[in-house]
Ligand binder design. Structure first.
Ligand code: SIN
Length: 499
């Protein structure tokens, strides 16, 4: 046992970063897809938020993060992360990430919604995620301490007799494979794949949450799902984004008749908080007025250079954004809830760590501030690597853990039930919720469980919907039309396996 490698499950930004930083410890990195191929991190267009601009400060960044999180951000976490941000960005620069700079070497920073100032470090306009991931994938492949195992999907966790997590069970080409680890780091991303319309890879169905819950880890605030207001409404699955930085540049949301509508919903207009903009779009679309993003005036001819990813997706769909507004609609984008961790990514189950979107660190609260996710991934990967490398009693801790509990693989969800689940989640656990719809959804989700067991996506959906039912208020991304007000005191929903 003591000579088992550290297992890292997930090939997105947090997984790659922690794997690299764990040198010289041996790491086995398990990825469901070929590295870089289906990681939401690679699709991040905006960039990494950090207080890098003249006149900005970590204190202001933290204050914007706390305000966006609607009462559920831990202010100490927000401030510590904001203070660490610039150092982590410089590290990415040293690794070769070509952040956009001006002639003086200063960062070119984008403005995104609910940020008090331009604060998002970008790469070639909207290519930050792709550029960072390409560099990290190459570095991980070249790192002698990392063994990469691709096309293996997390199924469940292995536990030692004393409860310590001792590895994982994976689904691999129709069979179960066991991987043992001295410690296990979950970094599998979010759960947008539980929704029919999403910007996430379809494999992102929250499996880490289910696996962690089954071994007794505490989950927090699962009801908070952020919908990105401006996914391209062009029938593609997953839906490509039209980055919020476009609105930061001055692009405007308009109806089919060309009328700008956001100022009717919020004083901050097109740069109102994401949940407000997403609900406004849903209302406009639902009322038959349509919604599109007009970047002709603000970006115009500069589109191919300034936003090459969005430009390519539009052109592929036959829409030239220099000549006409881009059809957009909200899509499930980011999950604020997750596995509770401490400031270094440790969960409350020995041997188990969680990083990135599957973790709940206290940074995002009820609504994530744009581009704080890549920041969180690199900050917590750095801290987890330091803590794991400093963990001198990892070996002795394993001695008592030699005996393993029997592995209990979870049945897979068949494709047709997953499709029904996605449709149902999009109907009743979406931007606007109510008790009747949530209760009905919960019953449907439970009815799909067979005597073989509860597949991971159904467990995650059940927990999410239960948390949404329990939160009888509206807060951040969670809007209950039957409880439209926000309670004075903000409380988290915590969920743990009943004993
Ligand atoms: C965007 O560029 O609009 C997405 C950034 C994010 O979700 O943080």
């Amino acid at each position: 046992m003591p000579d088992h490698p550290i297992l890292v499950v997930g090939g997105g930004l947090a997984g790659l970063m922690v794997a690299l930083k764990l040198a010289p410890r041996r790491v086995r990195l398990l990825s469901q897809a070929p590295l870089g191929a289906a990681a939401a991190s690679a699709w991040a267009q905006g960039g990494v938020a950090a207080a890098l601009g003249v006149g900005d400060s970590p204190e202001q960044h933290a204050a914007d993060t706390v305000a966006a999180g609607a009462g559920l951000v831990n202010p100490a976490v927000a401030l510590a992360v904001a203070r660490e941000g610039p150092a982590r960005i410089r590290e990415l620069l040293d690794l070769g990430v070509p952040f956009d700079r001006d002639a003086t070497g200063a960062f070119r920073l984008s403005l995104e919604a609910a940020h008090g100032q331009p604060r998002v470090a970008r790469v070639k306009g909207d290519l930050a995620g792709r550029a960072i991931m390409d560099i990290l994938v190459a570095a991980v492949r070249a790192a002698p301490h990392v063994e990469v195992v691709e096309n293996v999907a997390l199924n469940s966790l292995l536990q030692a007799a004393d409860g310590r997590v001792a590895g994982v069970v994976c689904d691999q080409a129709g069979r179960h494979s066991l991987f043992h680890g001295s410690d296990t780091v979950l970094a599998t991303g979010g759960l947008g794949g539980l929704y029919r319309v999403t910007t996430n890879p379809g494999i992102a169905v929250g499996t880490a949450l289910a696996a962690a819950y089954r071994v007794g880890a505490t989950l927090r605030d699962l009801e908070f799902v952020q919908f990105h207001p401006t996914a391209l409404d062009i029938g593609r699955v997953p839906a490509p984004l039209a980055t919020e930085a476009l609105r930061g540049h001055g692009a405007v949301l308009v109806n089919a008749d060309g009328r700008a509508f956001m100022s009717a919903y919020h004083p901050a207009g097109d740069l109102a908080p994401r949940d407000v903009v997403a609900r406004a779009l849903q209302l406009e679309i639902g009322a038959g007025r349509g919604a599109a993003l007009d970047a002709r005036g603000a970006v115009g001819a500069a589109f191919p250079n300034e936003f090459p990813t969005v430009f390519a997706a539009c052109m592929e769909a036959g829409i030239d954004p220099r000549l006409r507004p881009i059809p957009v609609a909200p899509a499930a984008h980011y999950h604020m809830g997750g596995i509770v961790t401490d400031a270094a990514g440790r969960t409350d189950v020995p041997g188990l760590w969680a990083l990135g979107e599957c973790a709940s660190t206290g940074l995002h609260g009820a609504n994530r501030l744009a581009s704080n996710s890549l920041l969180e991934a690199v900050v917590f990967a750095h801290r987890a690597a330091l803590a794991l490398c400093a963990d001198t009693d990892a070996g002795s801790g394993m001695a008592a853990s030699q005996r393993l509990r029997a592995a209990t693989p979870v049945p897979l969800l068949d494709a047709s039930t997953l499709a029904m689940l996605r449709g149902a989640m999009g109907e009743d656990a979406s931007l606007v919720r109510n008790a009747v719809g949530l209760q009905e959804l919960l019953s449907r989700v439970q009815s799909w469980v067979t005597p073989l067991g509860e597949p991971n996506p159904l467990l995650v959906a059940r927990l999410l919907v239960s948390a949404a039912l329990a939160r009888q208020e509206s807060r951040g991304s969670h809007f209950r039309e039957d409880f439209p007000l926000t309670q004075v005191v903000a409380c988290s929903t915590l969920q743990r396996l009943p004993h």
